[in-house]
Design a protein around this ligand. Structure first.
Ligand code: HEC
Length: 130
């Protein structure tokens, strides 16, 4: 069953009175893969990188992704430097899916733990994560 269909079903069951984030909070947990698809489709990756690693045009988004309560209003409003994403482009539930994707991205390995970087000047020796 698709995410959209599940949410529509949930909204119908609730009489359509709840907002999408409430519907998501009620248990329709979106899959990270759906969030990734949307992240690529609407172009977040162009500024933030395909795994939210950041780039020349946008800051790093993961790990430590913003919670949905912060991400949702931020995307709706945008900033002077980042475009806004109105509901006509991304539904609340789609933003929730993007948040799940960003929150699923693991921290990168420490440089010293990457075999190809071992012994490179300036790369500290691998140490256990704190
Ligand atoms: C045109 C480039 C661009 C696109 C496309 C873009 N962003 Fe951004 N984003 C930025 C820039 C630049 C900032 C920093 C904004 C500022 O400081 O005013 C930012 C900031 C953010 C932040 C805050 C990060 C922080 O730690 O301050 C989040 C979260 C974010 N973007 C998510 C997204 C998502 C999700 C999408 C897609 C729906 C997206 N962005 C699309 C350029 C972009």
């Amino acid at each position: 069953m698709s995410l959209r269909f599940r949410l529509v079903l949930l909204l119908a069951l609730c009489g359509g009175a709840v907002s999408m984030p409430a519907a998501v909070a009620a248990g329709a947990q979106p899959a990270p893969a759906e969030g990734r698809r949307l992240f690529m489709q609407v172009g977040c990756y162009q500024c933030h990188g395909t795994v939210g690693q950041g780039g020349a045009a946008g800051p790093r988004l993961a790990p430590d992704a913003w919670p949905l309560e912060a991400l949702l209003p931020f995307l709706r409003n945008g900033t002077r430097l980042m475009p806004a994403y109105p509901a006509s482009i991304l539904a609340d539930a789609e933003i929730a899916a993007i948040q799940v994707y960003l929150a699923s991205i693991p921290a990168p390995p420490r440089p010293g733990a990457v075999p190809a970087l071992r012994g490179v000047r300036g790369v500290p020796a691998a140490a256990a994560r704190p």
